[in-house]
Design a protein around this ligand. Structure first.
Ligand code: F6R
Length: 614
């Protein structure tokens, strides 16, 4: 986790660094800090809490300086505090470092350094790293770049680092292994970020460092990229960034989460634009076409992901098995990587990740590749590690998702996976043309239907006010809407801190029904397509025990509407596409409940947007 920003050039570094940190707060926000090069000295400002707290603290002092590095933290080693916040300075007072990742052998390195007289003032692995670099530099009497390189060959773990020496602040050294790092190339200035958002208004030319690479940056010079292991120079071309600034700002909404909920019609449309050609009755996905034979002949598909992305894989499991008749297994990245799974060469692995940086998903991909499987990635962030590590893939094109709770990334993942399921059904000859076309046509109008669901906002707000003080909430769904029950429960617990559980509705009788009394809200996802009659009975069972039922139903519902306490309607659609509509009221419900409980919706406690540590 954590976000890093750096600047070397002619401008005042502080505002660039602080604005950059604010954009990276989705990566962690328990403490932050800035180091500025000022007249041969390092000026350090660090504060527990959000970037704003550190900014206010720093503005009371001198914030001049045209080289600086900065960090926003999500604690791994040592609790959030001023002293554990980055940047960390070496014992000599010369070197200053920010780091995103985990140094796994930091304890052994710390003991070595302590034996050599080094002292530590924080509990972090980062302070060990900066001192280890200093230790190497003292021994080798070498330049910073060489000391960093030698030190990193002796480090195990993951890192993106940014370091400079107070005696040569015009030169900043960066390195990457397992955590993201991007360099922005301006005219007579360089920018550094965990992603490109900190420098979007200054340059669109960026270089994404690869694992095992380091670079030396000066304001005016060419960027010097080398392999850490061999010191061999690497020739890398700059990318032109496609993002714009407006897409990462709140645009009048109170929270990014609400903005992103409202962006879903557009995000879903963008994820099928140019791919779903409804008039011609075809789907064109280049990544899929390239590996059509592997998919056609696949014995099995394994989907791997974490959190909300894992829920979209569960939705896809129903669709792939239904339409393409391929057996699908859905695996948490974290479980898959550590349990010696059986992977055959004829298996196709689909890895799903909004950020493209989730450590467990990435490790699962590496393992599947080693076993000879073809790995297809579905990511939202262009150029992300997972996008680069997979053989082929499809971007979801949902645009930057900043709110920690995933919303538009989920619906765009489901859209892409739905198109894949349809196309594979066609490739494998499992589909009649009319069935295929009907689904295609219906998918093409889903954005309009999402807009319609969003009109229920005021109703959902009223319902939220009634249940905002609940201690527990149960979510029930069946078939393709069972994962939506899981997703609704996850959304509620992560942003409102209310305990919530999702269950397949029929499983209620095997345990959770014991929880139901007049204080228990039960959210039932009950569109008219698929298992509707069974859900009618489940609603009756809840009501018979005095539970409160909030049901998501299809317009014109006649049965559930009679027994539920509240109903929220979605437009009529085909069963396979209902998740794209039923999830929307659940996102709104969790949003309003969290806001009414005074929670910081975009930055829930203990969470970070990308989990780049295991
Ligand atoms: C929940 C949420 C997380 C992520 C999970 C995977 O709202 O956002 O559960 O879905 O951390 O992240 P990605 O998709 O970036 O791999």
């Amino acid at each position: 986790m954590c976000g890093i920003v750096g600047y070397v050039g002619d401008r005042n570094a502080f505002p660039i660094l602080v604005n950059g940190l604010k954009r990276l707060e989705y990566r962690g926000y328990d403490s932050s800090g800035v180091a500025l090069a000022q007249n041969g000295e390092i000026t350090l400002y660090k504060k527990q809490g959000m970037v704003k707290a550190m900014e206010e603290f720093a503005l009371a002092g001198d914030t001049s300086g045209s080289t600086g590095i900065a960090h926003t933290r999500w604690a791994t080693h040592g609790q959030p505090s001023d002293k554990n916040a980055h940047p960390h300075v070496s014992n000599s007072g010369n070197l200053v470092l920010v780091h995103n990742g985990i140094i796994e052998n930091y304890q052994a390195l710390k003991e070595l350094l302590q034996d050599n007289g080094f002292e530590f003032h924080s509990e972090t692995d980062t302070e060990v790293l900066v001192n280890f670099i200093q230790f190497i530099q003292d021994q080798e009497h070498c330049k910073l770049r060489k000391a960093v390189r030698i030190a990193l060959t002796q480090v195990t773990g993951a890192y993106a680092i940014c370091i400079y020496d107070k005696n040569k602040p015009e030169e900043v050294v960066v390195a990457k292994l397992g955590s993201p790092l991007v360099v922005g190339l301006g005219i007579n200035e360089k920018f550094i970020g965990s992603d490109a958002t900190p420098f979007l208004e200054y340059t669109k030319d960026a270089i994404y460092l690869e694992d095992g690479e380091m670079a030396t940056l000066t304001a005016k010079g060419e960027i010097d990229i080398r392999l850490i292991e061999s010191d061999r120079a690497v020739n890398t071309q700059a990318h032109k960034l496609q993002m714009d600034l407006e897409s990462i700002e709140k645009g009048g909404y109170d929270y990014f989460m609400m903005k992103e909920i409202y962006e879903q019609p557009r995000a879903i449309y963008d994820s099928f634009r140019g791919r779903l050609l409804a008039e011609q009755g075809i789907i064109k996905m280049s990544g899929l076409e390239e590996y059509a034979d592997r998919f056609r002949n696949a014995d099995r598909i394994i989907m791997t992901a974490c959190g909300t992305s894992w829920h979209s894989a569960l939705v896809a499991e129903y669709l792939f098995e239904e339409f393409a008749r391929i057996p699908v297994e859905v695996e948490y990245g974290s479980e898959f990587r550590y349990r010696n799974p059986i992977i055959h060469k004829n298996d196709v692995v689909i890895a799903i990740s909004q950020s493209g940086e989730t450590a467990d998903t990435l490790a699962a991909i590496k393992m599947a590749k080693e076993a000879g499987a073809m790995v297809f990635g579905i990511c939202n962030v262009p150029g992300s590690t997972i996008a680069r590590e997979t053989h082929a893939g499809a971007y979801t094109h949902a645009g930057p998702e900043i709110g920690v709770a995933s919303t538009k990334a989920f619906t765009s993942q489901v859209t892409v996976l739905t198109m894949m399921a349809l196309e594979l059904g066609k490739i494998r000859g499992e589909f009649s043309t009319s069935q295929y076309r009907a689904l295609l046509n219906e998918l093409s109008v889903i954005p309009k239907k999402v807009e319609k669901v969003l009109e229920s906002k005021e109703l959902v707000k009223e319902i939220s006010a009634l249940y905002k003080d609940a201690s527990n909430v149960l979510y029930l769904g069946r078939g393709v809407n069972f994962p939506i029950a899981l997703e609704g429960a996850l959304k509620l617990k992560e942003i409102s801190y209310i305990h919530a559980e999702g269950y397949p509705a029929a499983e209620m009788k095997h345990g959770p029904i014991a929880l139901i009394d007049e204080n228990m809200p039960v959210i039932v996802v009950a569109p008219n397509a698929g298992h509707y009659e069974k859900l009618v009975s489940n609603v009756q069972e809840v009501k018979a025990r005095h539970g409160k039922v909030i049901a998501v139903v299809t317009e014109g519902d006649t049965e559930i509407v009679q027994s539920a306490d509240h109903v929220i309607e979605i437009p009529e659609t085909l069963e396979a596409l209902t998740p794209l509509l039923t999830v929307i009221p659940l996102q709104l419900l969790s949003y309003y409940i969290a806001v009414m409980r005074g929670c910081d919706v975009d930055r829930p406690r203990n969470l970070a947007k990308s989990v780049t540590v295991e």
